[in-house]
Structures are given as structure tokens and as C-alpha cells.
Design a protein around this ligand. Structure first.
Ligand code: ATR
Length: 286
């Protein structure tokens, strides 16, 4: 029996248990994948406890992807590059941290759209943890990247991912007059911010983020592929707006599924039934 789970806080709405459990069943693997709500001060004991109990692995989500690093014995190059871990394997007595977020992001575009980032130019909106994974992956795939973020200083911190090579990675201030001149050169626009995400009603009442756009609609051109890594709602206002502008669009369901696919490859070296994972996610979303 394989024991697996996801640790986070909050965790109640995670789609990972439904997705992984459905795949385990379809693959004929005897296993349990559960969601665990962990308090920040219990993060170390949670990881060590899972190891002691013989878990195969864990997924790690908000807010622990960076905080979990001190409890790991080893990082893969992918995790080391972005100092973020979303997948842990307990293997040979060691706790190994890996990140499948970037590879999952790229695999989704490849498998859903046949899209290859190599030689393209991307505009990444946002500079948080998700942006770090996406930007590192784009750079690894020889894509040129512009980053824009509400807090410009945070975007500047990401420049280190390209070793300060401004030909490959540059920050553009978020004001429309700064973005406008580059949009004709941009092939793909990627929203990694939480702007547009479904919030509970109380949060939405104070700050209706799902009614906002990450960048002004006027900046979008029909030549752009527009990717929103948000999966709830499946069709954000940003994607709806982009479609009206004639852009090709992709939502965050694919990244969610493919980061899980890549976790299976890391744990067992096998590819799970991808269609089953998509179906489990689609069935769990409103
Ligand atoms: P994650 O790890 O999921 O990327 P994060 O690290 O909290 O989450 O990053 C959230 C991103 O969404 C940031 O780029 C944030 O911008 P700031 O760096 O300026 O905070 C962006 N973001 C969140 N709410 C926003 C809003 N209302 N308008 C613009 N950007 C927003």
C-alpha cells in the first residue's frame, strides 16, 4: 500500500486527493492519497512523521513550498533553482525535494495546444512563487521573458534566475505606457497572479479580485496566446476578455494536472492515466 498526501494550510479545497486517488485506482495501484492540514510550527514534524510512517511521498502547497526546505536532505536541480518544493519523495532513507510546477506548466501547453516556448517571447504577469517556477521553466526552454508586477521590486528579484542577462529576462513596469511598446513582440501572455481567482464571498465583498484584470484589456492582441494559471474559475475574466480580443487561451487546469503527472514520474518513474486526472479535476470544479 502506497501512502501519499498533500500538506498545506488551508487545504480543504485541494483537488489533489481527487486527482491522485482517481489515477491510483485507474492505474491499479493500491494506495491512499489524503489532504493534511498542517500548522506552520508542525511542518517539520509533519514531514518527518510521514517519513517515519513509510509514506512514498508528499505534495506541498501554499504556504509551505519554501518553508519546507530546511526539513529536506536533498533538492533536485529544478527545486534548487527556484528554492521551492511541491513534491517530496522518501527514498533510500532520504527526504528529497523536487518541483514539478514549471515542468507541469510547460507540459500543459505542449499537450493541450502543441505549443513550444522555445524561441518565443513571453510576458509573465506576477512575481510570486508561481511566477518563479514559470519563469525558470521558460528560460530553460530558451524563451525570452518579460516580467511585470504590481510591486516592481519583487519582479527585479526574479532577474537572478537568468543571472542578470537582460537579453533573456527583463522587468517592465506595469503601467500601460511601459507595456504597450513590447506587446507587438510578445507571443504569449501568462497570468501568475491571483487576480481573477474565485474567492469566498466574504473576501470578495472586501476586494472583488475576480472582477479585475491582471493587465489592461487594451494590451491584448490577436497574436497572443493567453495563459491563466488560475483553474477556479475555469474561465477567468482575463481569459474571457482575451477570447473576445481574438486570442487563443488556456486555463490552469492543465498545469494542475501536469504537475501531478510529473510527481508520479518522480515517485515511480511512470506516467499516470492523464485523462482520468483531467476528468477528476473537471468533475470537482464548479
Ligand atoms: P504565488 O506563490 O501563488 O505566486 P504570491 O507569492 O502571494 O503567490 O504572489 C502573488 C502574486 O499576485 C504577486 O505577483 C502579487 O503582486 P505583488 O508582488 O505586488 O503582491 C500578485 N497580486 C496579488 N493580488 C494582486 C492584485 N490585487 N493586483 C495585482 N497583483 C496582485
Amino acid at each position: 500500500m502506497e501512502l501519499l498526501g498533500v500538506i498545506g494550510n488551508p487545504i480543504a479545497h485541494s483537488l489533489s486527493p481527487a486527482m491522485h486517488q482517481a489515477a491510483l485506482k485507474a492505474a491499479g495501484k493500491e494506495g491512499r492519497y489524503l489532504a493534511f492540514l498542517v500548522e506552520p510550527e508542525e511542518l517539520g514534524p509533519a514531514v518527518y512523521g510521514a517519513k517515519a510512517l513509510g509514506f512514498t511521498g508528499l505534495n506541498v502547497t501554499i504556504p509551505f513550498k519554501e518553508q519546507v526546505l530546511p526539513y529536506l536532505d536533498q533538492l533536485t536541480p529544478e527545486a534548487a533553482a527556484i528554492q521551492s518544493v511541491n513534491t517530496i519523495a522518501f527514498s533510500g532513507g532520504r527526504i528529497i525535494g523536487h518541483s514539478t510546477d514549471g515542468a507541469g506548466f510547460a507540459a500543459a501547453a505542449k499537450h493541450e495546444l502543441g505549443y513550444d516556448f522555445s524561441g518565443k517571447t513571453a510576458l509573465v504577469v506576477g512575481a510570486g512563487g508561481a511566477a518563479r517556477a514559470v519563469v525558470a521553466q521558460l528560460l530553460a526552454e530558451q524563451c525570452r521573458v518579460y516580467i511585470t508586477n504590481r510591486t516592481e521590486q519583487r519582479a527585479r528579484a526574479l532577474l537572478a534566475l537568468a543571472g542578470g542577462d537582460t537579453e533573456r529576462l527583463a522587468v517592465v513596469p506595469m503601467q500601460r505606457q511601459n507595456l504597450e511598446p513590447i506587446m507587438g513582440r510578445v507571443d504569449v501572455v501568462i497570468n501568475t497572479t491571483s487576480v481573477g481567482m474565485a474567492k469566498n464571498k466574504e473576501a470578495a465583498a472586501g476586494h472583488p479580485a475576480e472582477l479585475e484584470l491582471p493587465i489592461a484589456a487594451e494590451l491584448l492582441l490577436p497574436r497572443h496566446l493567453v495563459i491563466d494559471i488560475i483553474y477556479n474559475p475555469k474561465r477567468t475574466l482575463f481569459l474571457e476578455t482575451a477570447e473576445k480580443k481574438g486570442c487563443r487561451v488556456q486555463n490552469g487546469v492543465g498545469m494542475l494536472v501536469w504537475q501531478a503527472v510529473k510527481a508520479w514520474e518522480f515517485w515511480w518513474g511512470i506516467t499516470p492515466p492523464v485523462d482520468v486526472m483531467y476528468q477528476a479535476v473537471e468533475a470537482s470544479l464548479p
